[in-house]
Every structure is written in structure tokens, then in C-alpha cells.
Design a protein. Sequence first.
Lengths: 915, 292
Amino acid sequence: MLGFASPLLLLALVAVPVLWFLLRAIPPAPIRRRFPGVALLLGLMDEDREADRTPWWLLALRMLAISAAIVAFAGPVLNPRPVAVGKAPLLIVLDGGWADAYDWQRRIAKATSLLDGAERTGRPVAVIQLADTPQPVDFKAAGDMRGKLATMAPRAWLPDDLTQWVPSLPKAPYDTDWITDGLSDGGRSDLVTQMVKAGAVTLYASDRPIYALDPAVQADGKLSVTARRYPAGPATSLNLAARGPDPSGTDRQLALAPLAFEDGAASAKAEFDLPPELRNRVTRFAIEGQRGAGAVSLAGDALKRRKVALVSDAADGEGLQLLSPLHYLRQALTPSADLIEGGVMDVVPAKPDVIVLADVAQIPQAESDALVDWVKKGGLLLRFAGPHLAAADTGRLADDPLMPVILRQGGVTTGGAMSWGAPKTLAPFPDTSPFHGLAIPSDLRVKTQVLAEPGPDLSDRTLAALDDGTPLVTRKVIGLGQVVLFHVTANAEWSDLPLSGLFVQMLERLAISASAGAGSVEGLTGLVWTPEHVLDGWGDLSDPGSLAGVPGDDLARALKSGPGPKAPPGLYRNDGRVVAVNAVPEGFALTKADWPADLKPQDLTLPAETALKGPVLSFALILLLLDILATLALSGRLRFRGASAALVALTLLAQPHPAQADAAADQRAIAATDGVVLAYVITGDPRVDEISAAGLQGLSDQLANRTAVEPLAPMGVDVAKDELAFFPFLYWPVTADAQVPSAETFAKLNRYLRTGGLILFDTRDADVALAGPTPEGQALQRIASGLDIPPLEPVPPDHVLTRSFYLLQAFPGRFSEGGLWVEAAPPDAAKAEGMPFRNLNDGVTPVVIGGNDWASAWAVDANGAPMFPVGRGAAGDNQREYAYRFGINLIMHVLTGNYKSDQVHVPALLERLGQ
Amino acid sequence: MTLSADLRARAEALGQTLPPLLAEAEHLAATVALGEHGRRRAGMGDDFWQYRAARPGDPFRAIDWRRSARSDQAFVQEREWQAAQQVVFWVDPAQSMNFSGDRNRPSKADRARVLALALAVLLLRGGELVGLAGKAAPRAGRGQMLHLIEAMALDLAQTQADYGAPEPGGFVSHGRAVFVSDFLGDMAGVETALSAAAGLGVKGVLLQILDPAEEEFPFDGRTVFVSMGGSVSHETQRAGDLRTRYLARLAERKARLADLAQAAGWHYLAHHTGSAAQSALLWAYRALEGGH
């Protein structure tokens, strides 16, 4: 589409034919030449009389040049923004769910352009996000909405019931611009009907596919994850990453599996075959390169297979198998846990999650100590009573650490032939119990049990009791772990409990077994679940902050039909169990929204408005230059033949020869290794790159002035193409639209970081930079996710950066508020004796992350004068000085490593010298 | 000859440029090795030639008494004949001579004057009488050079014409004449002068000085050619088309000059400012010498 800023100027094109006649009548001006031989020329006539007219091609050239100039001054614009015509208030509707996240920037850009259009015509505007809970809609001046638009972020859920929005809609008339994700939501047609009644409705939709991950499924020892997409396009190959903490606790990619969508297929499956240790670490799956909560699948407990050790006293018993105290446990646990059997001393080194002692009474001291140690580190010791326990002296003493309660001598049998009362059943579980909410089968009977001595903390330790109040399940917390005692046997000898489904559910709630369907309603109801991590709309896990606990019923609903504002997706914990609520519920289908027939979604792509005035004017200028050459040639002034040769040579020069390219790379390598060269990453934004270059030039100048480091001119580096090994230091300004590097580039960057390179990431937004909500912060997260970055911490006051050349405690750039993050010190770093800093001897931090826009503070122009103002007056000069000092410290840290940290050894060295 | 003050000033200004020219001319003349010059027979002159026995009719004054006293015969001392030539120069002072096709080349006028002065130096050294047609009467001696230069400057200052024609007067009967010009102007003047010269028995040299640009006509495109004084102009759309016809006309002009020279017993040479001056000088000197 082509438009003109001042189309009336195009009328001047009418005059061009007139020009034809004018130009045709006037031949090119002759040269006056002094020449004595003219006497001999007198009377000689020209052979060709036509030559005194301008040749037609020269005329055409001139007309083209003049037409181009006229067109250029008329201000041609490619893809001009359409100017909104309506006068009614404008309602801008965004779906705002996770499905919008992938191209959220485009949606916001579209909304902003709509807002701009409304502002130009003075229409009041309201912006709503359908994924939010409905609020009354007020129209405001377009300028006021700008801020709201900028702070909007996609939610981690999809709009649920749109009918709720209907009463909130403003009074007609108003026009609606709906930027939709194209997915079907409940009640959409109601809303659309309402809007169509109120005024014009325009739909915008993105053509990019939406990806959604189903919860991971465990089958045959493999993890399989199904990904869906909408719309089903051509064959696409993506990668699915399984992420989780590594042994040091850092979140990492643990495995990668291909996710190949066939042509036209709406879903694809990725399979992981992981060893149990690795599988138990997986916390989530994410489609690489896709943003949005839908492309993330949290794992929760569902994937964990706990290691359960079964220890039985009657291992050598020759009873029937059905009488074995472990038979029912084995049956209940086999589907969901890895079982180990053996003696206590055999199983403890295997570090099981749970050790089950079924009717084991006598525990030798050595085994007891080992068990206590294990429990204190977080183990769960599950004990069952039985004839041996009832008969033994174990637990009679208050100080038995492996028994939650003190037991009375002998058991109690009720409902037997020789007893008074009927068999007891279970009382409803109290709401403090982890079993709260479980249904108790009516036919459950407990015939025999061991009894607990009453004590002050007995009721606290009781998790389940019989209907007469005698404890059935008791628990004691030791250290990080716990000991749980079932006062009945693990077989059906003393009660029906092991035969009932309740037994399995109880085990599940004790986090002994985790069934594949962790989200069963029964498993959730009656409990309040504390959010541990919450998934945001971008698909990142974050701290829940002050989010209140979520009742199990809401959670169950979220698991079934998708999360909402009440239960956002995330990881919820209740007493050792973790339930994952995913943005995409199981079995969720991505279906196309049905729009009324007359509403056709327009493409979201916002073709950039390109002003063509410059190029067209340049074109006219080139034509005029050609005209000069042609006129010169015609009038004989272009005498030397070299001119054409030079033209040809120029055009040839414009195409670099491959050999020249190699030579250029060699030249570059030589230039980069001729001395210390500070380098910056080319972002593609010419302004940012210019500032980076000027900034590093300023820093280089200061380094040369003040220190023994005399860097050469800084160089720009394309991380994808250029060799990085030449540069000890890379300055990486992060722009909001920064492209995520490819896998090879990440490998290259990681190699660079591992081999001693240092990257200074600068988000230039004065934000703390990590986990910031700014676009730059998000871009940094995208880039950093692929990098091998160790745990970070804000610069501690004794970091070597604070004293590698100058003594510094602040690291200002053009901003001074933002923090600075470096590799975290090892937790066991001890304060050095007699020194004000810790004994941190090794390593240069591979990355330094901040947002203070250092390059702008360092930047100097060609004359060596600062390019940008910093602060105000003397304080500003001071700040710039400190910015330079930080830069010098940083380069010194890069070049000398931990040299200054070695000062801790000074006393020892002095002492040795003294001897 | 009366001169206005203005004319004298211009002449003096022009004269300033001539001493360097003279130096150049003398330098040029020094490169020419002179052969024998005496007439090698008895005649009027200062140098002793031979004694001979007195014959009846010899005046008494002619008898060399010292020689006669040594014998019985009377002897007469004869001297070598040293009749001096009278050479009249005409150096074209017209504006067309000021042309140079290239800033690194001397103008035709410079070359013409250098050649004329160098020739004058050589002739004066040989004892000939040298003058400038219509401006300076032929005289001998080194001092004549200054007169020549002054006369040339005066001639230049007085001339406004685009093309020059030789002065028909000023010839000395049976003398020699040297015309230095580009001969691009009207041929009538040259013809008149030559026929007048032939009438007086004057032999001489036509030295045509041309710039290489005039020989090659390296022009193209739409051009207005203007003579040096601006009196004559010619416009063409494609100068390149005129080249062959111009060159034909030039060749015709040269042939004409050669014919005229031959008819009058003169010598003709076309000299280019692009080539060395020595060859032209030597040629002119030989031509004057062999004129007998």
C-alpha cells in the first residue's frame, strides 16, 4: 500500500509533458573553446542537423528525475497507518491469555497503533483484557490508556467464561477492535453479539501457531509429553526441554527431545527415557523458543517415582504370602514407586525416600542410629504395628526416637469372640490431618491395634483416630523427616484398612506413593494448598508472593477445566505433596473460535510505515548525476576514457570477493589480537551499537590514561558469526527485541564463558535486571536461559570488583539505582583473619549483569567529549567519574582475575619473608 | 616613431618577459656547433687572406710596402671577403600565436620568439646584420639583440589583430628573410610579402609554428570555437565530425605554403611546439647558410 503525505503535490506531474517540449527545444549548452585553427573551420557545416536537439534518452532521464523529485516531495509512505474514521468511543479488547504470550509484543504494538489512531481523532478509549475478572469498563482519553497498555502482561490462563463480561460492557454506541488469540472460549458469541449491536467490530488475529503442552504422562518407564498446536500448519520441528534443578540446585535443562509435528498434524509427542535420578529432578517441560504458559508443562509429583524400602522382621517367615505383612504394601506401591527390600543396613545407603518397617520391633543400636540420621535428613519412616511390636518392649520408653508415641503393653482386640465391643471404624479426619477430606468406607473395621500411652502431645501427633478417639495413625517430626506409625498391621490381620482404597489414598497423601493421576479430586478436596511457585503468562516460574492458599476444590476445578484467576497455574504444596496445575488442563483441545460470518479476522502483522521520501529523492539525485555524466559525454567534456572504466570498477568493487572476505577475517583477527581490544555485541539497533562503540572507546581512553592497559580501538562482534576467543571482555547491551541466539551460538557463548571470557550484560533500564518486568529484562532472561550461568548474587561488599583498581562500593552508569549481579561466592567462604574480606580466591565471574547503561556514561564523541549528559552538575560529573572507575575495575578484574583477592595471603607472606 | 605612454608601458611590460627568452635563446644557440663561416676567397674584409704581385691598376695605397721591400716585386695584400648578410626577421605578433593546447606546452609565440632570437644570436655571432621587419633596421653586433627585443615588445604591444601578415616592406635587396608564424590567417599577406621578397631577390625561410592540438583537433561535442582575439567564431554540434575536414584543410594550407616557398626559392618548415626547438633552429640556420 502506498500513500502520500501531501498528495496535492502530485498535480505537478501534469507539468512534466510541458517540460518535454521545453527540454527538447534547448540543446545542451556548447563549450566555448579558444582555438586559432577556427580560421580553417569557417564554412564547415555539420553533417547531422539532428544533433542540436537533446537526444530522447537524455530527455527521458531528465523527466524521470523530475518526476521522482515531485513524487518524493509529495511524501510517499509505504503501508501508511490507516486513520480511524469513527467518532464513537473505541473499545480495544485483548484476550490476554497465555495464548497471546508468544507474540504479545505485536499485539501490544497493534493496540498501541489503534490507540494512536484514536488519539489523533480524539476518541475516548477503553482497553480490556478478557482473561481478567470482569470490571466495569470506562472510556478515558487515549493518552491515559497508554500507561495501562504498557504494563499489561499476558495471564497464565485463558479467558474462561466470557458471558461474565457482558454486564460489564459500556453503553452503546462504541466501536470494538478485538485482538484475539483465535481460540474458542465459552460465551464468546454472547459478547460478540453485544458488541456488534453497539457498533463496528474489527477483529485482528495472529497467523502464528499456538502451542500447548499436555501434562506429562508416565508409561513403561518413559515420560511422554504431548504437544498440540493450532492452527495445524506445515511440518515443524521443535525441541522439548525437560528442566529441573541440577545437583547444586541450579535450574538447568536436564534433557532435550525432538518434537516433530508432521505436515497438517495438530499434535506431536516427545518421549524422554531418563534414569530415575534424573527423572525425579524434572520440574517442568518447556517447548524451546516458545513463550507462554501453555508451552510449559509443570511436573509436580506426578512424575516422581519414590524409592521405597520395605523392611520386614518376618523376612524368613514361611507363612502364606497373603499373610505377609508387606504384601498389601507391595501391591499398593508397585505402580508408583521403586521398591527395595532388604535389611535396614542394606537399604539406608540406597537413600530411599521412604523406609517401611512392617512389624519390626527390635532394632539394633547401629541400625537405629543409621535410621535416625536418615530421618533427620528428610526421610520418612513408616512403621506398622503387628504381633511383634505389640509383644516387644520397644516404644515403652519415652525416649525411643523411632516411635511417634509411647505404646502400651500388648494390643487391644475389639469385636473378637472374646472381647466386649464391636470392631471399631474410623472417625472423620480432623482438618489438621493430611487425610482431611478423604471419604471413609462405611464397611471399614479395625479389630486389633496397639494403643498409645496418653500424653500431652498425643493429640497433636494423631493423624487418624478410631471413632472412640483412640489413635490409629500417629506421626512425629524429627529434623527434616518424620516417623509415622500405623497402629495396625500392614496386612489384613488386624483391620480391613489395607484392603480398602482408603489405604492407597492415605499412602498417597503421606507422599509415599504418588499416583499418576495426582489431580484426582479425592486427593485434593478438603485441603488448603499453598502455592509454592506460580507460572506467569510468559511461562516463567516465579515466587507466588502474597498469593493466598487455594482450597482443594478450586484446585481440582483448575486441573479439570483450566486454571483461572482463583487458581493460577503453578506448583502447590500440601504437606510434602506437590501438585502441579498447568495452564493447559489434561485433554484440552485448541479449537478455533467461531465468529459471525461477517466478521473476518484481519492479519495482526503491522507492516512498518516506511517513509519513501529519502529513497525516492536519492533516486532522483542519482538520475541527475547520471544526467550530468550523460550531458558531459554528449558535449564532449567527458574526454578521458578512464571515467567509464572507473564506473565499472566501482560497481565491481561493491561485490566483495570471497577471497577478500577471508582476507578481511584474517585482518580482523590480527587487529583484534594486536593488543587488548574491548568488544561489544552488535545488537542490530544502529543507535545502540553506536553508543556501545563510543562507550568502549571512552573507557579505552580512560584505561590508557590511568592504567597500564592501553586498549586498541573497540570492535563490534556478531556473536553468531565472529570468533569470540580474541576478546577478554564483551559488552552486551540487551535490547527489548533482542533475538534469542541459536543453539550453536549458545554453545559458542558457553565455550567463551567457560574459557575465561566475561560478558557484561546491560539492560540499560536502571532495573535490577534480573527478573525485571521490563521488556529488556525479559529479553535478558531469554538470552540467559541458554547460557551456562552459575548462581548469581548482588555484588557483595568484599567482592574483588570493589577493589581491583579503585575502591568502590557503587557501580553507577548513566543510572545509579540499578544493582549489579555477579557469580555467587561459595557458601562456605570464611572471613579471612585480619582482613576485611572473605577468603575468596578463585574464579573470575563469567557474567556481570546490571542495568545502569554504562556505555552511555562512558561514551565519548570523536572529539573525546562526553556524548550524553549524566546527572546534573558536579554530582553528574562525579557519577561519570565513578562510572569510569567501575569500568576500569571491571577490565582490571577481567585482566588480572582474583589478583587483589590474594591480599589475604599478605600477612603469611610477610611472616615468611621475616624469617 | 612616436609611441603613446600606454603603448610604451605595455611594451615595457612585455619586454620584461623577453630577457629570459633571450637567455633561453642564447642557451639554445649555444647548442648549435657552427661550421666554417668565412667566404674563403679574397675580398673586402678585415682578415688577411694572401699576398699577390701587384698588377697594373692596383692603387698605390694597396701595395704592402713591408712585403714588397723584402723582394724586388711589389706585393699587394689581399683580405678575405667578408660581405655581411642582412637578415630581416618577421615574428608574427598576432594573438593567434598566444595559443597553447596544453598548460605544459609553451605558447606558439614563445616558441617563435625563442627560435627567432636564437637564430639572431647565431647570425650576429657570425657577423651578419640582423633586423626586425619594419621595426628595426639590420645591424651587426651584440647590442642589436636588445634592439631586437625592444622592437619585438613594441610590435606585440601594437598588434591587436587575430592573425598576422608579414610586413612587405623592410626587405633589403638580396638579403635574407625569416618569417615565423602559424600562417593560419589570410594567405594573401604571405603571398604579397613573398612576391615582394622575390622581386628584391630576397631568399629566406618560412617557419610555421603549430601547436599539436592544432594538428590533431582532439575535440568533440557541441562546441563554439573562438579565435584568440574573439573576432572569429564557429559553432558546431559535433566537433568530432569536423576533424577529418579540418585536417584536410590544414594539410592543404601546408602544401600551399610549401609551394609558395618553393616558387620563391624559400625554405619551408612546419614546427610543433610539442617537439624540441633545436632541430628547427639548426634547420633554419642551415637553410639561411645554404641560401647562396
